[in-house]
Design a protein around this ligand. Structure first.
Ligand code: AMP
Ligand code: ZN
Length: 139
């Protein structure tokens, strides 16, 4: 792992202890040290990138299968999967990680606000076209 100043790279290297629930060559899942609710876990690729979109596809795929594993093991009726990108979006540790956060009651777990806005059908059509063109270039 390639960043000596990164807490998750250091955990992956065995330099800092953590409570592992899953570990392989490409990904690890650990308990969050300051859980929002009991069972709060982090799924972390063993690749130092700040943003999700910077990950090689191999790691994105491994994260997906690991999220399936840990959420099955969690056996929670209600839970959130959260992944923050960038400081403004709430990212504190600049190494990609997915939070798996049980929501055992209204007051425990994540409090989510969805400040939705109205948008015209024409504006959505135009935006979908723009994004689709960019996706087509990436394929
Ligand atoms: P974020 O705000 O999405 O960057 O979340 C960072 C998360 O990493 C927080 O929930 C922290 O509690 C958690 N965290 C930071 N250091 C450690 C650590 N050494 N072991 C486990 N979790 C950690
Ligand atoms: Zn790192």
């Amino acid at each position: 792992m390639n960043n000596d100043n990164c807490v998750f790279c250091r955990i992956a290297n065995g330099e800092i202890p953590a409570h592992f629930v899953y570990n392989d060559d490409d990904v690890m899942a650990i308990l969050d040290i300051n859980p929002v609710a009991k069972g709060h876990m982090l799924v972390i690729p063993k690749y130092h990138a700040k943003y999700y979109h910077e990950l090689p596809e191999k790691y994105a795929k491994k994260i997906a299968t690991t999220l399936l594993l840990v959420t099955k093991a969690l056996e929670a009726e209600n839970y959130n999967i959260l992944q923050n990108n960038g400081k403004l979006a709430g990212q504190e540790v600049p190494h990609v990680h997915f939070h798996v956060i049980p929501k055992p009651s209204k007051d425990e777990g994540l409090g989510i606000r969805f400040p939705s806005k109205q948008e015209t059908s024409e504006a959505l059509t135009e935006l979908a076209k723009e994004i689709k063109e960019k996706i087509d270039k990436l394929l």
